[in-house]
Design a protein around this ligand. Structure first.
Ligand code: ZN
Length: 257
């Protein structure tokens, strides 16, 4: 027996179909919205990664590459005065051998950035014979020799630089370049470039006698002077860079022009 639909029933069916279509459409819209949202989030992460990538990593890569590609131009010798059983001068709770080592290490790292390899008489608190230091420098094929010391007196401040008694031009150039850079880095006093030794201008300090290369011995401020010590601590890296710059310029003038 066939069922005759009433108008009411037909309307109900039509309305029900419309409702279903609307529900389906809503579902599709929700899915589409979710898709768009997840794409946005993923894209955002990608963009963030891209930003992060261009902002940071290439610099690091570049720096690492630059560090690797600094070409070694040559070798110089940095002598940290005293060491081990020989403390050097002592005053105001400080010891010369410690100060000279700290400065020598700062100079070495600044030289490395300039493509100059620093051979050292010592890199820790060990005893090294004074005469041997020049011999090591000769053996290593160093082209410049710089010995680091600190002065001591009941009074006095500032830096003085000692060069061989026969006043060689190249050693004087090295000392002049160093004094110039130290003055612009800031020291209490330029006490001058001096030849020979304090007791005898015709004699030479061992550090200026043995090396077969331009050399100088720096009395890097007075360990007995509070201001020199304060500057030494505050400007350790600045002094290291200043010395490296002066050594570099001298190296260029003598060997690269
Ligand atoms: Zn000394």
């Amino acid at each position: 027996m066939s069922h005759q639909y009433t108008d009411e029933e037909i309307i109900r069916v039509i309305l029900e179909q419309r409702r279903q279509r609307r529900r389906k459409m809503m579902r599709r819209r929700r899915i589409a919205a979710l898709l768009v949202l997840s794409l946005l989030i993923l894209g955002g992460c990608g963009a963030f990664r891209a930003l992060h990538h261009t902002g940071d990593s290439p610099d690091k890569t570049k720096n690492a590459a630059a560090a690797k590609t600094v070409k070694i131009r040559g070798t110089v010798f940095i002598d940290a005065g005293h060491g081990g059983s020989d403390p050097g001068a002592q005053a105001l709770n400080r010891t010369e051998k410690d100060d000279t080592l700290r400065l020598a290490l700062a100079v070495r790292s600044a030289l490395k950035k300039r493509g100059l390899q620093a051979e050292m008489s010592r890199t820790d608190d060990t005893s090294v014979d004074r005469a041997k230091r020049g011999e090591i420098a000769n053996r290593k094929g160093a082209k410049l020799f710089v010995s680091l010391h600190r002065n001591k007196a009941s009074q006095g401040q500032g830096v003085e630089i000692w060069i061989p008694s026969d006043d060689p031009k190249d050693s004087r150039l090295l000392a002049e370049n160093i004094m110039k850079e130290l003055k612009s880095a800031g020291i209490t006093e330029d006490r001058g470039i001096r030849t020979g030794t304090l007791p005898d201008p015709k004699d030479d300090y061992q550090e200026n006698k043995t090396p077969d290369m331009p050399s100088c011995l720096i009395e890097f401020g007075f360990i007995s002077d509070e201001t020199d010590n304060r500057l030494f601590d505050e400007k350790l890296n600045t002094y290291g860079k200043a010395l490296a710059k002066a050594i570099d310029h001298t190296y260029q003038s003598l060997y690269e022009t």
